[in-house]
Design a protein around this ligand. Structure first.
Ligand code: CA
Length: 234
């Protein structure tokens, strides 16, 4: 596995307040990262779609379209990139909404740069681990273990018999652990984009998986209302 210290990461900062943007930019550039700054929502989306970043720092209140809109656009194309949202003090609803939409973390303004830098380092390490996990043949989430080469799933060390499609769906959920995945993302990732998105095939297969994984209470594969599904390490 490459050492993330040696890798110059691309970080996108979406922040319209020039003083805050420049203090984050200077600090992270000093840590060796390549920084791009967007001063409004549409340009943040444009920059990300043109060249995806390794990490995004995203202010909630942005001109053009707000940080939630930007986050949704980013998650459409990249369910995994760490996104740290910057929220105003006391705006609990903003934090909850951001996390529900797939934000990885948040910082409350005003914050100390040292804390932001520490979180950036931590999330970039996760990026590298996730990259390694994506290449690995064994995926583990809590007491669930999936072995790609043996086509085997163990729950609490007991084998679980899954069909090929169930196996593929579980692998997709496990590789995106903790992330809310929309039905469209799951269709694209597991069934291929040719599938009719109006069908309820995903809900049916999620039900099969829950039964086989003894997850009838949906505490492992959560339903996120209006969004999709999320596999969590319980
Ligand atoms: Ca702002």
């Amino acid at each position: 596995m490459r050492n993330w210290h040696d890798v110059r990461m691309r970080i996108l900062i979406a922040e319209d307040e020039p003083l805050i943007a420049s203090f984050i930019e200077k600090g992270l550039a000093a840590e060796g990262h390549a920084i791009e700054v967007a001063v409004n929502g549409p340009s943040a989306i444009g920059i990300f779609l043109a060249a995806p970043a390794d990490l995004v720092i995203l202010d909630v209140m942005l001109p053009g379209c707000d940080g939630f809109e930007v986050l949704q656009q980013i998650r459409q194309v990249d369910p995994l990139v760490p996104v740290i949202m910057l929220t105003a003090r006391g705006e609990v609803d903003d934090r909850v909404r951001g996390l529900d939409l797939g934000a990885t973390d948040y910082m409350v303004k005003p914050f100390a740069f040292a804390e932001l830098a520490a979180r950036v380092r931590s999330h970039l390490r996760t990026v590298d681990r996730a990259g390694a996990a994506a290449r690995s043949d064994i995926v583990e989430v809590g007491d669930l273990r999936l072995d790609l080469l043996r086509r085997e799933v163990l729950l609490d060390d007991e084998p679980v018999a899954l069909s090929a499609r169930e196996f593929a769906l579980l692998e997709y959920l496990m590789r995106h652990r903790g992330q809310v995945l929309s039905r469209q993302q799951i269709l694209d990732g597991v069934w291929g984009i040719s599938h009719d998105p109006r069908s309820n095939v995903i809900d049916v297969y999620i039900r099969y998986l829950r039964t086989k994984l003894r997850d009838e209470d949906a505490s492992r594969i959560e339903t996120v209302r209006g969004m999709g599904y999320r596999l969590v390490d319980r």
